[in-house]
Design a protein around this ligand. Structure first.
Ligand code: SAM
Length: 202
């Protein structure tokens, strides 16, 4: 097994593409459901191999992809080059240190399939708060708190261990403690929900 960089969040390894693509056949639809819009400057936080980053770039004015794993950023860079989009930057670093990594501010931070593994969620929420413009939004897309045996994709249980999974309420409490306000929760079928937050105006 490959060595994880220091600070790597638990249970957030990038899965092999086969079942990820089966789980997320419509990444643009997910982005629309959580409120990513044209003209936004977006941060794809913990962007992995760029499966969502490419669709953000096609939709938004600009996207910065941030991930702790430089190899995955290279895969994402390649994907976006192949997709012929150029409105993207790639930055390697830790999600707790966003204002150091990207001067920003951004209009929207998108975080998918990661929050369950973050040891200090309030700290991450504060980092996102500081990276956002006033009234900017933060979408957290999480696995529902269901037993892993029930989240079957391509014939097998997938996703993080059952005990790592967190409810919309737990997510909302952790993110609100970091200074953001819950706007709404949306369903992201078949196994996820999205929690959308806003940075207050002042
Ligand atoms: C399960 S993948 C999800 C990738 C992408 N968000 C998606 O849904 O397709 C989680 C990603 O989080 C990254 N990651 C883990 N710990 C991190 C940290 N402390 N700071 C930034 N990225 C991190 C991993 O390298 C991995 O690419």
């Amino acid at each position: 097994m490959a060595t994880r960089p220091p600070g790597f969040f638990e249970g957030t390894e990038m899965p092999n593409a086969g079942w990820w693509e089966a789980l997320w056949p419509d990444p643009a639809g997910v982005l629309a459901s959580v409120g990513v819009e044209p003209n936004m400057a977006v941060m794809d936080l913990c962007s992995g191999d760029g499966w969502f980053t490419l669709q953000i770039a096609k939709l938004a004015r600009h996207v910065v992809a941030i991930d702790i794993d430089e190899n995955l950023l290279e895969v994402a860079r390649h994907r976006l080059t192949e997709g012929r989009v150029t409105n993207c930057d790639f930055v390697a670093g830790d999600a707790y240190e966003l204002t150091r990594l990207w001067p920003g501010p951004v209009d929207f931070v998108f975080l998918a399939n990661v929050f369950h593994g973050v040891p200090d969620r309030e700290r991450l929420a504060r980092s996102v708060h500081d990276a956002l413009a006033p009234l900017g939004r933060f979408a957290v897309v999480n696995w529902h708190q269901r037993p892993r045996e029930e989240t079957i994709i391509l014939g097998e249980p997938r996703g993080p261990r059952t005990e790592l999974r967190i409810s919309p309420d737990q997510t909302a409490r952790a993110v609100e403690a970091g200074g953001l306000r819950l706007v709404r929760i949306v369903e992201v079928p078949p196994y996820h929900y999205g929690a959308i937050f806003e940075r207050p105006a002042s």
